[in-house]
Design a protein around this ligand. Structure first.
Ligand SMILES: *Cc1c(COP(=O)(O)O)cnc(C)c1O
Length: 759
């Protein structure tokens, strides 16, 4: 291992700089370690030591002076307190107590049991002690690595001359051209040498789950609480299809969250399943809520199945599988127990699409709200598919599929046929290694503290936003400038009794309580849905609490366009809301930049600054449309349009009634492939069977699925699409994003065309 110099050794000792025998002895140790190229971090007080540890979680060894003098300014922290804190976060990093042999009788068992050894500072020689520390640090680092990544590194270090695929042979092929050399230099030698192929037997096989890959998957299963875990290198897009192809066959009835990802729709097509939809709620801000809990009632589901014209045998009244998006994109997470209880007898397989929720298991705040929670062997077999890369630390496409066995059989060797169907025979080994490391990072207590940090930052931001609103209201501004952005969140965030720690640890604070009005959803059942604090939805002015449009408004698309210009890319933009995410990658104070930009936006808006100044590129591209307008003017124009069109009402109506199913998605897709379709303008799709999935962003959930037909009862869908089209024409540069439509320019207008089955 030649990277020891990247892992510092932390010494916490109040006498390090003192002219005493002990101080001199400690300095000698530091000198020895430095001579061996170890970086050393010195801390002179307990608090200093804690801070140094928190900001260097990768230290390889810690030496603590047992006689550390408690200081009043530190809250009288002792060496024992420091050890407790470190051990909570890292049960394995070697800790040595620096003390005298005589003092040992006074050290309590609780400390002795948590440390790795002693340094007798006045007795052993500095060289001997340094050697001891070095060995401990090396052993620790060797053990830190998870199995696959370790194997990969060993292999890369050992075998320099490969004769197997990939054809670039450890990057060498790239060196034969200028572009290739720049590519090589950019990614670095290791990234290319670690790009190996399945012809390396030492590393096992992902397709067979053998060797160190299999070992890594088994360790991940333990960490994520699964009976079995599969590493998926094609993202949750592939993981979802694996779950379905392994459990669902043509004609099977499946219960599908209408707020589902494209990949679920692809799985419906591939399996030939008959979907019956569970409908999520929407509130007046256009935020997508949870599936109404009454939608899970067995009698409601049976009625849906009975009413579906595509079900071959409605007398069956059961379904093969149910899929729920958990948490939703907007951060609503369900009580897994309540859902499982209701679906217990209805489906043998329950699939939680947890693309955004891989961290849930690691923090008590989410207890009971994720798939791999609580076993019920007589209940459905539970799958959870997680995009490790979205919310933990892994390369893109790195995803995990977890299984917990219940009454639905999942026989590994048969299920693995589905796994192989969506796995390349040359999987990307660096993705596998990153999944291995992601699991290791969350093991033990580390996961909790990593998540805790993200929650902490999110809570601080949420509070800050409320306080800013209060400060603005108390300031001597003209009244029309009193506005500020609101955060969509429970009122209890500002309760005097709810300090940050309380908020981080009490799920009650984040529940969508049926008696509260802030969330805007009705028909919520107690304890059923919770808002995930790390997903922060910011509301822009324009919609009255309880519904109805204000006279003044700031459509969110204008705010997020402004933020993007300043390098802040938000996760999702709605009509009057946008979403930001606090994930593991968050750094302290990162939200400060966002706040600053929101303030800048407010100042520009309040002054009605010319668009030439706010969006110079936009004005340059569309001078006839935007020259001479101010930011306030633009907001009012766009708000006026959305208000006149009653877009938020329209969106609600779209989801109030689903289009009727005319054929299965698989059949519609067959027509598409055979070319038995025609591109029809969105304004003329009434009465036609649509062959594709149409998803406008916002709101980001499908308005039509393949095989569905809009009728007079679902006219709102056509109205919404034509209204979006009109919006695009009126506000160039702010065009809506609609998946599933072809946009064709006609007379300078963007017209949406949608493939419909030919009649
Ligand atoms: C992103 C996403 C997926 C697909 O995950 P990838 O890892 O990007 O393939 C599936 N489901 C949901 C709900 C998602 O948001």
């Amino acid at each position: 291992m030649d990277y020891l110099e990247e892992f510092p050794i932390l010494i916490i000792d109040d006498e390090l700089h003192s002219d005493t025998a002990e101080g001199r002895a400690s300095r000698e140790i530091v000198k020895e370690l430095k001579a061996e190229d170890f970086p050393v971090i010195e801390a002179l007080t307990a608090r200093d030591g804690i801070h140094a540890f928190l900001s260097h979680p990768h230290v390889s060894c810690i030496i603590i002076d047992w006689e550390l003098a408690p200081e009043a300014a530190d809250g009288m922290l002792t060496a024992a307190d420091v050890i407790t804190l470190i051990r909570e976060r890292n049960p394995k990093v070697p800790i040595f107590l620096n003390t005298e042999k005589l003092a040992i009788t006074a050290i309590p068992l609780s400390v002795i049991s948590r440390i790795d050894g002693y340094i007798w500072k006045l007795e052993d020689t500095p060289a001997f002690i340094a050697g001891h520390i070095k060995r401990a640090a090396k052993n620790y680092l060797a053990d830190v690595l998870p199995p696959f990544f370790q194997g990969l590194m060993d292999y890369v270090e050992e075998y320099k001359y490969s004769w197997h695929t990939p054809g670039h042979m450890g990057g060498v092929a790239f060196l034969k051209s200028a572009a290739g050399r720049i590519f090589y230099n950019f990614f670095g030698e290791n990234a290319l040498r670690a790009d190996l192929s399945v012809s390396v037997p030492e590393l096992g096989s992902l397709l067979k789950h053998s060797g160190v890959v299999g070992e890594a998957e088994r360790m991940a299963a333990e960490v994520f609480g699964a009976d079995r875990t599969y590493f998926v290198t094609g993202g949750t897009s592939a993981a979802n299809k694996i779950v379905w192809l392994g459990t669902v066959t043509p004609g099977d009835v499946v219960l599908v969250d209408r707020n589902c990802h494209k990949s679920v729709m692809h799985a419906i097509i591939m399996t030939g399943a008959v979907p019956v939809y569970l409908i999520p709620a929407r509130n007046e801000y256009g935020i997508i809520g949870p599936i109404h809990s009454h939608e899970f009632r067995p009698e409601v589901i049976r009625e849906k199945i009975r009413a579906c014209p595509l079900v071959e045998d409605p007398a069956l009244q059961t379904a093969r599988l149910a899929v729920i998006t958990n948490s939703t994109y907007d951060g609503i997470c369900y009580s897994k127990e309540l859902i499982e209880k209701q679906l217990r007898d209805l489906v043998p397989y329950l699939h939680f699409d947890e693309a955004w929720f891989a961290y849930a298991r690691f923090h008590p705040l989410y207890a009971g709200r994720f798939g791999m929670h609580a076993r019920d062997e007589a209940g459905p077999t539970v799958f959870a598919t997680q995009s490790t890369h979205k919310v933990l630390a892994a390369f893109s496409q790195g995803s995990m599929l977890h299984v917990r066995h219940g009454r639905g059989p999942v026989d590994h060797s048969r299920f693995n046929e589905a796994f192989m169907m969506f796995t390349s025979t040359s999987p990307q080994y660096t993705i596998i290694a990153s999944l291995d490391v992601a699991a290791r990072m969350m093991a033990g207590h580390s996961g909790k503290f990593l998540i805790e940090e993200a929650i902490e930052e999110a809570v601080v931001f949420r509070k800050k936003m409320v306080m800013l609103a209060e400060e603005i209201r108390a300031s001597p501004l003209p009244e029309e400038n009193y506005w500020w952005f609101t955060v969509w969140q429970p009122d209890c965030i500002m309760d005097p009794g709810a300090d940050d720690r309380f908020l981080r640890n009490h799920a009650d604070c984040w529940l969508l309580d049926p008696h509260d009005t802030w969330h805007g959803f009705d028909g919520i059942v107690e304890g059923y849905a919770m808002l995930d604090p790390i997903k922060v939805t910011i509301l822009t002015p324009g919609i009255r609490p309880g519904g109805g449009m204000e006279d003044r408004g700031i459509p969110a698309g204008i705010v997020t366009k402004y933020l993007r210009k300043s390098g802040i890319v938000v996760e999702k933009t709605g009509y009057y809301s946008f979403l930001i995410l606090f994930t593991l990658g968050i750094t302290k104070g990162k939200s400060g930049t966002l706040l600053a930009e929101l303030f800048r936006f407010k100042a520009l808006y309040d002054r009605n600054s010319p668009l030439e100044e706010v969006f110079p590129d936009l004005v340059q591209e569309h001078p006839a449309r935007y020259a001479g307008l101010g930011l306030y003017d633009l907001c009012q124009e766009m708000h006026g349009y959305l208000k006149d069109e009653a877009v938020t009402e329209l969106v609600r109506a779209v989801y109030a009634a689903l289009p009727e199913p005319a054929m299965t998605p698989a059949e519609a897709y067959r027509h598409l492939v055979r070319g038995e379709v025609a591109a029809v303008p969105a304004s003329a799709i009434e009465g036609r069977t649509v062959a594709v999935m149409v998803v406008p962003y916002p709101p980001g959930i499908p308005v039509i699925m393949p095989g569905e037909r809009c009728g007079p009862a679902t006219r709102a869908i056509v109205d919404l699409l034509t209204s979006l089209q009109e919006f695009d024409a009126l506000f160039p540069g702010f065009e809506s994003e609609v998946h599933g439509v072809d946009i064709i320019a006609e007379d300078g207008q963007r017209v949406y065309y949608i493939y419909c089955v030919e009649e």
